[in-house]
Design a protein around this ligand. Sequence first.
Ligand code: SF4
Ligand code: SF4
Length: 321
Amino acid sequence: MSEDAKIKITIDGISTEVAPGTTILNAARMIGGDVVPPAMCYYSSLEGSGGKCRTCLVEVSKGSEKDPRPMPKLVVSCSTPVMDGMEVRNTTSARVLEARKGVVEFLLINHPLDCPVCDQAGECHLQDLAFEHGLSKTRYEFKRREFDKVDIGEYIKLHMTRCILCYRCVYTANQLTNGREHGVLKRGDAAEIGTFIEKNLNNDFIGNVIDVCPVGALTDKSFRFRSRVWYTKPMDAHCECTKCSGKVVLWMIGDEVARVTARKDAYGEVKDFICNECRFEKKEKTDWIVEGPRTISKHSVISANHYEREIPKHTILLNKA
Ligand code: SF4
Ligand code: SF4
């Protein structure tokens, strides 16, 4: 098949054409909306990511035009390539919804009831997943895993109890930094994120592990417990930076910069990773050229109650008078 050739795939009754080699998940993202399976570990810009969390399971009800037999087991959409004529069921499959409920239950087995104090609340993929697919109570009767909170470097605190072992932070560090800084130590029920031989995470781009973490396991020490994220105002801003693109989101409380993050797309993924200096050191509004309010395209509490344009201060004063 030539490189320009397209192959047809139908997901939940909606058809599209994609390039050979495209995964089911990425084909679904090209369609958009409800046909897109959730993904807690896959991250399109991180090589090797995917295949860990099983939340993106889908049913292949027709294998291809050549071989229309359905696939007997559910498949992970993040690493299964499409075949010409393939038909896939996501939210229209009771088997998928049942399996996803089971996966969420597994992800929550050791997870603490931390949402009221967790910095990730309001922008947490696990919260969204539990809301959409989770059970209202746990059936788990055993003692949960416990860990102390660990300072891993100058800027980041690890709450291992919240980690779902998606490996995204490990791939981010492998890809963006020169040395291998940390990884998943031990295996099975004992597995945990660790900095080998007490090594700190302190290179120029390591702050990006906070943005890629789908839960509140890796927290920004300059923002921890400062505010619930829905009380902040996200603004697009940029600066001249010699290390990164300098394109960020400022999370403002009044005129104060409470937090700086990279910009994320509708799937919560960062395309332009930012350096530590932009993220942790430039905390004055004057450090930035503010472009205007950021539209948060993700369907979440984080996109609620934000105005569409910056209101000049004098307007607020006039309205109060
Ligand atoms: S990581 Fe998400 S689900 Fe877990 S405590 Fe934090 S906000 Fe809640
Ligand atoms: S710390 Fe976060 S990004 Fe790293 S493996 Fe755990 S959940 Fe994934």
